[in-house]
Design a protein around this ligand. Sequence first.
Ligand SMILES: Cc1ncc(COP(=O)(O)O)c(C=O)c1O
Length: 289
Amino acid sequence: MFNLEKLVRSNIRQLQPYTSARDEFSGTEGIFLDANENPFGTYNRYPDPYQTALKSRLAQIKAVPPEQLFLGNGSDEVIDLLLRIFCTPGEDQALIFTPTYGMYEVCAHINDVKLLRLPLLEGFQIDLENALPMLFNPRLKMIFLCSPNNPSGNLLQASDIETLLQHFKGIVVLDEAYVDFSPLPSWSGKTAQYPNLVVLQTLSKAWGLAGLRIGMAIAQAGIIAYLNKVKPPYNISSQNQQTALAALQRTATFREQVSVIASEKNRMEQALTALDFVEKVYPSDANFC
Ligand SMILES: Cc1ncc(COP(=O)(O)O)c(C=O)c1O
C-alpha cells in the first residue's frame, strides 16, 4: 500500500516551513510594513507565493482542482524538489529508462541520489520484465517516466505505465512536457486512482513560454502540500505570473500554433525520410523528430 507519510523523508515531514509575510496576510488593501519592502516602484511587492490567479486559470485549462496543482520555476525545479522530498541523500535511489531527459540524472546527482538506469527496448518502450523486480528494492523511492519521451519522441505504452503505478510503492513521476502535441490525453485525471502519480507539465513547450520558467506538478493534494512546504517562498516572480496569465487567455493562438508545429513536424519527417543516408525516421508524438 502506498503510504505518503512513510515515503517522505523524516526531516521534511518534521520541517517547520518558512512563513512569509504574504502567508500571513494575502489581501491587497492597506499599508504593508511586514516584509521590509520599498514603498516605491511597480515591482516593489513580493509576489503571491501560491500564484492563486495563475493556478485558477491553469486549473480550468487542465481540468484539475487548484489544490492539486503546484507551480515551479520550470519543471526542472519541480524535479529537484521531488527528489529532495522523497530521497535521502547518500541512501536512496531513483530509476530512469534511457535514453531520456537529462535533468532527472543531473538533479539526482546534485541531491546525491543514486540513479538506476534501464535501457528502453526497441521502439523506445519500457523494459517491464527487468523493471518489475527492481520495484521491490526498498531504497528505490522514485521512478521518472517521460511520455512523450525526450529524445525519442514517442509515447510510452499506457499499460506499462499502469503496471508500474500499480506495483511500485514509491513515487512515479510522469513527465508530460510534450503532452499538448500528443494524440492521447494527459494522465492528470488519474491521480485519484493512483496516489503515487505525479504528472509534470510545463508552459515551455506548446505554450511557447520557456523564458518565463513555469512548470507544474499535478498530484493528490498531500503531495502538493509537501511541494509547497519545501519550495522557496517566492519561486515565481510577479511579472512571470502576470505574463503567463495573460498568455493563457489566448487559447485560439495556442491551438493554431500547435497545429502549425504539427504540420511542420510532418514536413520535417518527410524531408528527413527523403535523405538517402537516413535509415529510419522514428514516429514522434512530440513537436520534434
Ligand atoms: C521531458 C522534459 N521535461 C522538462 C523539460 C523542461 O521543462 P521546463 O522548461 O519547464 O523546466 C524539458 C525541456 O526540454 C523536457 O524535454
